[in-house]
Design a protein around this ligand. Structure first.
Ligand code: APR
Length: 239
């Protein structure tokens, strides 16, 4: 199956990769729903919704500050590096990620659509301005904007729309791709997961890489079981 998937990748002139928390697991960043996943220990409705933030911004920031500290210690793994290498292979490549950790950027990927935002960016809840902030730990919680407004993490919370135009761009990339690589996602969160059947309907070869079965394994043309840090280097440069 790996040989078949490699061939499809080599023949494709346009490639999209859709990634989830699983690609960062080998870097020590917890996933959400797997063993030891964040949602096993924390309630998303208490930490990752606009209502939770309105109720207790300090509590939400304490959690994001902890996650930022974890991610700051992490390094991109061979899975991230393989996708960055694929982007440099000269074919058209779009990386659509649900991850907010910034490890794809640090691995050298450039054309990245961040569907769920970026944990290293802040947005003011009063004036709406956005800015990068990589300090860990943050000196004061909740952090404030220059206007005095409370800042929120630059991520998309449950119940919030994705950044305008970004999802349409991802859909467009998938509809014109030869191959969609689906890596390390439980395909449980929408609209991100809907990109997979969209790709299928557009005649795209869907290659899934995951340590477990997902609801999309059945529609994938090839579903490879194992760690993405091991499988992606094999797919991209046969080692
Ligand atoms: N290699 C490949 N796949 C892996 C690995 C690994 N090393 N480790 C775990 N996985 C798989 C798991 O089997 C699971 O299917 O990665 C998937 C991780 O799933 P989730 O934890 O649900 O993460 P994700 O799909 O990215 O969640 C989507 O949900 O909580 C929200 O906004 C958050 O972006 C996130 C979204």
């Amino acid at each position: 199956m790996i040989e078949q998937a490699r061939q499809w990748l080599q023949e494709a002139t346009s490639i999209v990769a859709l990634t989830g928390a699983g690609i960062s697991a080998e870097s020590g960043v917890p996933t959400f729903r797997g063993d030891g996943g964040l949602w096993r220990n924390f309630k998303p409705e208490e930490l990752a919704t606009p209502e939770a933030f309105a109720r207790d911004p300090k509590l939400v920031w304490e959690w994001y500050d902890w996650r930022r500290g974890l991610i700051a210690e992490a390094k991109p793994n061979p899975g991230h590096t393989a996708l960055a290498k694929l982007e440099r292979s000269g074919r058209e490549m779009t990386l659509v990620t649900q991850n907010v950790d910034g490890l794809h950027d640090r691995a050298g990927s450039y054309r990245i659509l961040k569907l769920h935002g970026d944990i290293w960016r802040f947005r003011c809840t009063t004036c709406g301005s956005e800015w990068p902030d990589r300090r860990t730990p943050l000196p004061k919680l909740p952090p404030k904007c220059q206007c005095g407004g409370i800042a929120r993490p630059g991520v998309v919370w449950f119940g919030e729309p994705l950044p305008p135009g970004l999802f349409a761009e991802a859909q467009h990339a998938v509809e014109s791709a030869g191959v969609l690589l689906v890596v390390g996602t439980s395909a449980a969160v929408y609209p991100a997961a809907s990109l997979i059947p969209v790709a299928k309907r557009a005649g795209c070869k869907v290659i899934e890489v995951n340590t477990e079965d997902t609801p999309m394994s059945e529609i994938a043309d090839c579903s490879l079981r194992g760690q993405s840090g091991e499988i992606l280097p094999q797919l991209v440069d046969g080692r």
